[in-house]
Design a binder for this molecule. Structure first.
Ligand SMILES: Nc1ncnc2c1ncn2[C@@H]1O[C@H](COP(=O)(O)OP(=O)(O)O)[C@@H](O)[C@H]1O
Ligand SMILES: [Mg+2]
Length: 264
């Protein structure tokens, strides 16, 4: 145990909009940490900042006891953070296996010239990458669909494929942006079991999720954002009864008469 990932004072402004304002977050090794909050609260921006897709205006970051500077996407993966996207980002015309192989390439060595000359070291490594990628497909329950094009997979399976691709980079921290969105009850239950297995296998997970049942049942700690600010953080039970959190969700619902009932 110990701290795996620590963020202090992360801020990000888009024009006149303060999307993140001095957000702190500490995640213990081996835990599932939840990040929740109404739509537009800054959750995805937080992921974009820690994975280098969007440069932070300020913030100190620490991963596995070392200073961590979010930079280019492949550097982030090498440092040990992998993520999935709220809007699925797969290579739609590549097979499931090929999509996971792309993730695995982060951890390989042959490089460009090996690929151009198809050296024996390169070919051996490709076979190894394919084998490892297939293992990850089995791990997420997609082993039978390895040769299927990503675009023809069901929505739920595409989300699992994104998780397999992220896992193939051997991350210390797996960051999932609304992985249950669009899933039915059975798929959600399977996703929940998958996240528990990932945690039991020693990985640390940061989860953005709207489904309160999933968050309450899965997360060891929950952080709540509203308008870019951290408004609560603690155990799922503490957070659920926090007046600021209730007001944030009720405020959102009240502002939009047709909005879904509050999730928390
Ligand atoms: N690249 C961007 N440019 C301008 N505004 C952005 C950008 N990304 C996010 N935002 C704005 O920042 C706020 C937070 O968005 P986001 O992080 O996606 O929220 P959440 O994931 O919590 O729903 C929103 O108001 C959104 O419109
Ligand atoms: Mg989002």
């Amino acid at each position: 145990m110990g701290v795996l990932f620590k963020v202090e004072g992360a801020s990000k402004r888009f024009g006149g909009l303060q999307a993140l304002s001095q957000v702190d977050l500490t995640i213990q090794q081996g835990q599932v940490a939840g990040l929740i909050g109404p739509n537009g609260a800054g959750k995805t921006t937080f992921f974009n900042v820690i994975t280098g897709l969007v440069p932070a205006d300020s913030g100190r970051f620490e991963l596995a006891g070392r200073p961590y500077e979010p930079s280019a996407v492949h550097q982030v993966a090498k440092a040990g953070i992998a993520r999935t996207f709220q809007n699925i980002r797969l290579f739609a015309d590549m097979t499931a296996l090929e999509n996971v192989m792309v993730g695995r390439h982060v951890r390989t060595h042959s490089g460009l010239w090996g690929a151009v000359w198809r050296t024996s070291a390169f070919q051996k490594e490709e076979a190894q990458i394919a084998a490892t990628a297939l293992d990850w497909l089995h791990y997420v329950g997609l082993g039978a669909l390895a040769s299927v094009r990503a675009r023809t997979l069901s929505y739920g399976d595409q989300r699992r494929l994104e998780i397999a691709r992220a896992l193939a980079t051997d991350p210390l921290l797996l960051a999932l942006d609304e992985p249950a969105a669009g899933m039915n009850g059975t798929e959600k239950q399977a996703l929940r079991e998958l996240i528990v297995r990932i945690r039991n296998d020693g990985k640390t997970v940061l989860l953005i999720e709207h489904d309160v049942k999933l968050v309450m049942g899965l997360c060891d700690q929950v952080t709540v954002l509203d308008y870019g600010k951290l408004i609560a953080s603690g155990s799922p039970n503490q957070v659920q009864t926090d007046p600021l959190v209730m007001a944030a969700y009720l405020g959102t619902a009240a502002a939009k008469p047709n909005a879904e009932p509050p999730h928390v």
